[in-house]
Design a protein around this ligand. Sequence first.
Ligand code: ATP
Ligand code: MG
Length: 402
Amino acid sequence: MVGTSLNNLLKEYAVQGLLTGSILIVDDELPNLAVLGSFLDGDYTVHEAGSGEEALAIAKLTAIDVVVCDQRMPGMTGVELLHKLRESGIDAPGIILTGYTDTPALIAAINDAHVFRFLRKPWQPEDVLSAVAAASDTVMYQRAARRLLDLLSDRTQELQTTLTELRSAQQSLLQLDRLVTTGRLAAGITHDLRNAMSSLVMIEFEVAAKLSDPELVETIAVGLAGLRNLLESLETMNQYAKQKRLAMTMEYFDPSCVVRDAITVMRMDLNFRARTVAVDAPREVLPLVLGDRQKLVQVLVNLLRNAAQATKVDERIWVTADRHDSGLIRFSVEDDGPGISPEVRDRLFEAFASTKNEQGVGMGLYMSKLIVENHQGELHCVERTGGGARFEITIPPAELGS
Ligand SMILES: Nc1ncnc2c1ncn2[C@@H]1O[C@H](COP(=O)(O)OP(=O)(O)OP(=O)(O)O)[C@@H](O)[C@H]1O
Ligand SMILES: [Mg+2]
């Protein structure tokens, strides 16, 4: 009988119905079937078949625990029948009644484990009964083990799914939490910065009125443009953290303006000034875009700042605006730096994915993607032959947009 520990497991997992109590007896000689059936009948539900074919048909329709069959039958031998049963996925062990104990076919069958036991003719009823009982036990063990394994693999699957769900829930909670914190932080800085900005605007007026040095006036104007953009970025972050959506100020504009504005902002950056920058954004050639111009400028500034941070003095940066074959407006920012580090490649556009300890928090690409997607567009980092990094933005022009 089944061992206690297995029994406990079966109880714990509510595994039942491993045995059906059904035996299939197969013999082409009817009197033999009658004798076999008569003493098995008391303990088991007996199904009778006069040939291998008939036995197969019954076993496919009825759940059988053990098959007892004659070896010598016309059409299909006992061993062949057991082979066919295994091929059909039927696990009932077979007991073969035979007068031929040592032919090669029988030995091979034992080795293939298709036959549970051979009983030599003339057999004694006790031998058949004890062989059937042992075969029933064996099949019960096998079925129990299989069922428990199935349950185990289901459980493992369930656990795995739950774990993955938990992880992603935890991740998004963490993200949200950090976003809210960053939002609060941004709110504080925004406030101070706005105050500083108003004083600076006043100074700009005075300087412009009193100084005739155009270079100094320009430096101040460029500096202010940079601050204004920083303020815009902080406000975007702040507002998104609060409302979980972006408020867009929609207007029609020439895409080349976005590139020009972004370059103006970036000229405040000393790193950027020290790079060789190639700009290709023809004015009044591309179709207009309907969108939030300031936010798209922020996106290009984020990409250009990343490019400036990734490159050394005199290394090259390209920025373009053109019309893609698909009809979409395409902006691109490309640099000759070392390319994207494998450390962040898979989570480049996630919040807080950064390799820059002091120089960045990892919000640039995250916010940029958000803004671009709010324009029904896409932002991708594309393969660049020969190293470096290339980012592409595609957005529909006003005529294609909704
Ligand atoms: N042009 C680039 N060349 C190489 N790596 C880049 C480039 N652009 C982005 N990366 C990588 O992607 C990471 C994420 O960029 P992202 O702009 O989102 O954040 P950050 O620049 O680190 O910080 P933040 O923009 O918030 O100041 C960077 O830390 C950097 O590792
Ligand atoms: Mg950045």
